[in-house]
Ligand binder design. Sequence first.
Ligand SMILES: [Zn+2]
Length: 501
Amino acid sequence: MNNSKKVIVIGLDGVNWQLINKLIDGGFLPNIKKIKENGSFSSLRTTLPPVTAPAWTSFATGANPGQHGCFEFVTPENDLDDYAPISSNSIKVKTFYEQLDEIGKKCILVNLPVSFPPKLSEIVITSLLTRGDDFVFPKKLIDEIPEFTKYKLAPEGKKERKLKEHIHEIRDIEQTRFKCAQKLFKNKPWDFFFVLFSGTDWIQHTKYHDLINQDLKKNQSVINIYQDIDSYLGWFADNLPANTNLLVMSDHGFSDLKGVFFLNEWLAKENYLQFKSKNKKHIDFGKISESRDKSAKKALNLNLSGLTSFMWKYPTIFKFAKKIYDKIKKILPIYVDQDIGIDTLNSSVYSLSNLIYLNRKGRFSNGIIDNDNEYKKIKQEIIDKLTKIKGPDNKDRVFDVVADSQKIYSGRQVRNGPDIILYSSKYLIKSIMGPAFVKGKFQYHSLDGIFISYGPDIKTNMELKQNNIIDIAPTIFKLMNIEQSNIFDGHPISEAIIEKV
Ligand SMILES: [Zn+2]
């Protein structure tokens, strides 16, 4: 019977314990409460950067980005400012679900980011980063399960619209996703089942600040999203087949932020980066602690809602980067909000959100850094300077992490990744892109998400020490009694599992 162990993983994108516990205490999540109390749980450290695409890829491979090669939603190609979206073909090691497939275990994946194009002959409903209109594989499922005709990958993504409409659309999308997943779960054979609810991340980009800081009663319409998803989760938990364990997890957490750090602006001010436009007004957005421009400083210090409107006053700086945006707008959860227009022939560095790339000869067609010493020197210089930067109050440092990526990642793909990696738990790091629906308050992903395990092989009511997203794949293998793969960097979360004698 050992061989017939099954696992289901339910993803709640971007949730952390701070928010989930507040909602549990408010009585809004009876099912998650029950699963948590009858299972084992911990916080779950994610990838650097804490971004959906590399995080779910680390889940799917049990490996760090230095091995699987996915560091962001997009990756630079020939030139420093030429970015292409990643796909499942960008994953350089075998995922755990491909390994399961190879030994005859049936997998069903619903809404796993970076699963397009599908690598399984079995059922895959792809996610963000799907190209084209087909996301149901095999396509004939649409005839069997008519709810798929209503299935959508993401909200329409209009930047300016009423919150009510946004919430309504998210609830609709997740309800349809649940109905489809429910039918697959009941009617199709599987050994491993995955479904991700993305709506939590989508709404948190707008409402995390309010959910954390305000009385929950003021946010009932937003909480409806969480209550819906809690009831879906409850259905799966109540309908677990025999010998099946359930894992609930998020790919990263969320933070309520104090402000924005415009990294490319800072790199330009320090003369590492040149813009093409000669008449570009220079505003010290980057070096926020010493901003000369009074209005910019006021906007940053006062109320960040002022900053958004301030930005629109300078269209030459903040106009859409059409070239990149057109390529990725349909498949990513983000919009491009700044046209940097960089002069790659005269720039040694460029940043993409939390990642900094150095313009090395041999790597990029217009590379200008041509020897190892110069490369190391510039890298160290930038790390040293960014480490010291303080926020507008001149007290706390802007960045929690400023690191040489070779010290963060390990594996063959490190050389294709960024050169420097940044993380801030207090400031949104903006370069050319930002999360959709940001207006006024700033809230963004953080490092610690959630993990809950529940089922016949799981210890009950037990808080575990922190685990890592790369530990999930090894845990799935352990629960299914499958020998650990040598691709995994992580380890099974044995502390949660009842050892049979
Ligand atoms: Zn996410």
